[in-house]
Each structure stands twice: as structure tokens, then as C-alpha cells.
Design a binder for this molecule. Structure first.
Ligand SMILES: *[C@@H]1O[C@H](CO)[C@@H](O)[C@H](O)[C@H]1NC(C)=O
Ligand SMILES: *[C@@H]1O[C@H](CO)[C@@H](O)[C@H](O)[C@H]1NC(C)=O
Length: 368
């Protein structure tokens, strides 16, 4: 009896699929995104996987072994892998997604150590390059007792700034479903030209372009240069994630909570999704068709390092497997909640890469 009922149900579902052309089309796309596209080459989708390629800097952060001291007062420093695009690559792979990193480190102990960390985390490093003349970038960073962050960069120049266009792994970029990047790689040549060339390759091969400007004012020659540099590639992106502070900076002092500011000054016609993060308060989203907010999840913060990168990993992981998120508000909200949880879990532990969650950890957290 039960079997018969299921038979009727299945038949009904098959019929409803047959009678709705759009559904069939979406199913093909999904098949394609699920990595079965070999025989669908003429379907406008040649992507064989849900690969996310992250482009940019990979460096060593030196963090004081005790909290709340200035760089001058710090008794000792602990080394930790850093660089937002690399963190995102690890974040996606830890969630069970497929990721690769493109960037340059020095042909030195630190550079090889960083590459090994990515490999251990199942990030494809075939697009990484090793410079024999420049060292791996170092950044000494501390959070002083008054809450102010102090940075000291060793980039005179560092290997990451020297990635050349001729060193780009074209095949890897072309294979990507999503190409993700920041703005630090736009500051100096030749890396800037390499970044722009990579963007063109990604755009031409129909990757989803994902941009997290991740403003590091101290690295730019001036605030004006930072604003111009960050905005120079704005209109290429399909997905942009920014913070409230970045809105204020980019708009020259406007209210980051004003929807009109966001929509009139930062949204552009090609943009599929603009996300504004509000730290522990969650995030806002804007698409052509809808906008809204997904509340944050409360945790006891230990160290906020890497929280933004964990958030980005969380939503890119979801977009890679389900691009219908751009048109489906309910799915988008679910993906952003997932991303909020990724960020929240990350602040409960020290460091960036060690604190990035697995998918099980996110699902377990969400259940509670
Ligand atoms: C997919 O691949 C085919 C054959 O290689 C090519 O002709 C077509 O332009 C590609 N489509 C896209 C969207 O890249
Ligand atoms: C990394 O990606 C490249 C290009 O797709 C591929 O040839 C290589 O086998 C991959 N490496 C690993 C370790 O999977």
C-alpha cells in the first residue's frame, strides 16, 4: 500500500517536472554545478566542479604572546599564517568545498611553510609561485589595551607584491566556478597588473567574481589612492562583501546604515549580491530584487581574527554549490545565516586558520 502511494507520488513529481520547462532548465544547471557537466559543454556552463579560486596575499602574521601590549612592549611574537584570500581558501576547504590559492611567497622557509599549511588543508597550490629574490611578507600586528590596532609590515618589496602576469595559472582560473579576491593585490606593480589580468581571464571564462576589498589603509600610499584603487575594479564584481566602516570610507563619510547610500553609491547594475557585514549583529544583503537583514548569532568572543574570512568562506561555499541563491531570497538567507555561524565560531578560538569551522561544527551549532 505504502509502496503504491510512493509510486503515485513519484509519477506525479515526474509529471510536474515534465510540464514545467523552467524547472528542467534549472535542473540541468544544477547538474552542471554539481560537477557532471562533461557532456553539457554547449549549455553555457563548462565548469566541471564547484572550485573556488582565491587570489591575493599569503603572509606570516607575528602576534604578541601576551595580549593588550604595543609592538614595542611585546616580549615575544608567535607566528601565524595570514592573508585574507588564503584564509578564505582554507575556510572553504574546511567546510568540505573545493578551493585553490593563487599568489606568491618567497622561496624561503616561511614561504614553503605557508604552502604546506595550505596543502595540509587540501587547498590546491598549483597556482602558487616562489620568488627567489624577495622574502615572504611579514606583518607584526597587535591589539593594544586601548583597543587600537598597531601594524608593522615588512614588504620592501615582499614576494606577494611581485607576482607577474606571466606567472598566472590560466587553466586553474578558467576551471573556477568562483574567483575571489581582495584589494591589497592592487596596491603595487607588477602584482596589480597580474590581478587585473586574472580578473579578465575569470570574467571571460564565466566565473562568478567575488570581491572583499578588506581595506588595509596602512598599506596604501594615501587614503585617496586606497579609495580609487578599491573602486577601480568595483563594477566587475558579481558579489561584493563590505563592512560598515568600509562603506563610510568609500563614500567619504556617509551613513552605512542608510539603504539609499548603499543602493545609490555602491550597488551597480552587474552586481548580483552586495553584502554588508555588521560584526556580531549579522549582515545585510542587497540584490536587484530584494534586500534584508540576517541577524547575527551571539557567542563569547575570544579573538575576532579571521571572522570576516570565515564569513566569506561560508557564503562562497554555499554559492559554489547553489548559485540560485542570487534569485531565491529564502536560500540566500539560509546561506547568510550559515556564514554568520562560520564567523561566530571563528571568534570563539584564537587565530584565523585554526579557528575556521568544519561543516559539521556549523550544523551542530545551528541545531542548538
Ligand atoms: C564551453 O566550451 C565550448 C567548447 O570548448 C566553447 O565553444 C564554449 O564557448 C564554452 N562556453 C563557455 C560559456 O565558456
Ligand atoms: C590542482 O589543480 C590543477 C589544475 O586544475 C590540477 O592539475 C592538479 O592536479 C591539482 N592538484 C591537486 C593536488 O589536486
Amino acid at each position: 500500500m505504502a509502496f503504491f502511494f510512493i509510486f503515485i507520488l513519484v509519477t506525479f513529481l515526474q509529471l510536474s517536472v515534465k510540464f514545467s520547462e523552467p524547472t528542467i532548465h534549472v535542473d540541468l544547471k544544477l547538474l552542471c554545478f554539481a560537477g557532471k557537466s562533461d557532456d553539457l559543454t554547449n549549455d553555457g556552463c563548462n565548469k566541471t566542479s564547484d572550485l573556488v579560486v582565491c587570489f591575493g596575499e599569503l603572509l606570516i602574521d607575528f602576534v604578541p604572546t601576551v595580549g593588550g601590549v604595543s609592538l614595542a612592549e611585546a616580549p615575544a611574537f608567535k607566528k601565524a599564517p595570514g592573508g585574507a584570500p588564503a584564509n578564505v581558501a582554507v575556510g572553504i576547504s574546511r567546510l568540505g568545498g573545493s578551493s585553490a590559492f593563487i599568489g606568491k611567497v618567497g622561496a624561503d622557509e616561511f614561504g614553503y611553510m605557508l604552502a604546506d599549511i595550505l596543502k595540509q588543508n587540501k587547498v590546491n597550490t598549483s597556482g602558487m609561485r616562489y620568488d627567489t629574490n624577495a622574502r615572504t611578507a611579514l606583518a607584526f600586528v597587535t591589539l593594544k589595551a586601548d583597543g587600537e590596532r598597531e601594524f608593522l609590515f615588512f614588504r620592501n618589496p615582499s614576494a606577494d607584491m611581485l607576482l607577474d602576469e606571466s606567472e598566472l595559472d590560466h587553466d586553474l582560473i578558467e576551471k573556477a566556478k568562483i574567483f575571489h579576491y581582495g584589494s591589497i593585490s592592487l596596491i603595487d606593480e607588477p602584482c596589480k597588473s597580474a590581478h587585473l589580468a586574472a580578473l579578465r581571464i575569470a570574467k571571460d571564462s564565466d566565473c562568478i567574481l567575488s570581491y572583499d576589498p578588506n581595506l588595509r589603509l596602512a598599506l596604501w600610499p594615501s587614503a585617496e589612492a586606497a579609495r580609487e584603487g578599491i573602486m577601480s575594479i568595483w563594477d566587475l564584481a558579481d558579489v561584493i562583501k563590505i563592512s560598515e566602516d568600509e562603506i563610510t570610507f568609500l563614500t567619504g563619510g556617509d551613513d552605512p546604515y542608510d539603504d539609499d547610500v548603499v543602493l545609490n553609491k555602491l550597488f551597480h547594475p552587474n552586481l548580483k549580491l552586495l553584502i554588508v557585514t555588521e560584526g556580531s549583529e549579522g549582515c545585510r544583503y542587497y540584490t536587484k530584487d530584494f534586500k534584508g537583514k540576517v541577524g547575527g548569532v551571539k557567542v563569547k568572543p575570544v579573538d575576532t581574527t579571521g571572522a570576516g574570512d570565515a564569513f566569506v568562506s561560508g557564503f562562497l561555499y554555499n554559492i559554489a554549490s547553489d548559485p540560485s541563491i542570487f534569485e531565491n531570497e529564502e536560500r540566500l538567507q539560509k546561506a547568510l545565516h550559515f556564514a554568520n555561524v562560520c564567523g561566530a565560531i571563528t571568534v570563539t578560538e584564537r587565530g584565523a586558520i585554526p579557528a575556521l569551522p568544519t561543516k559539521d561544527a556549523v550544523l551542530h551549532f545551528t541545531k542548538i
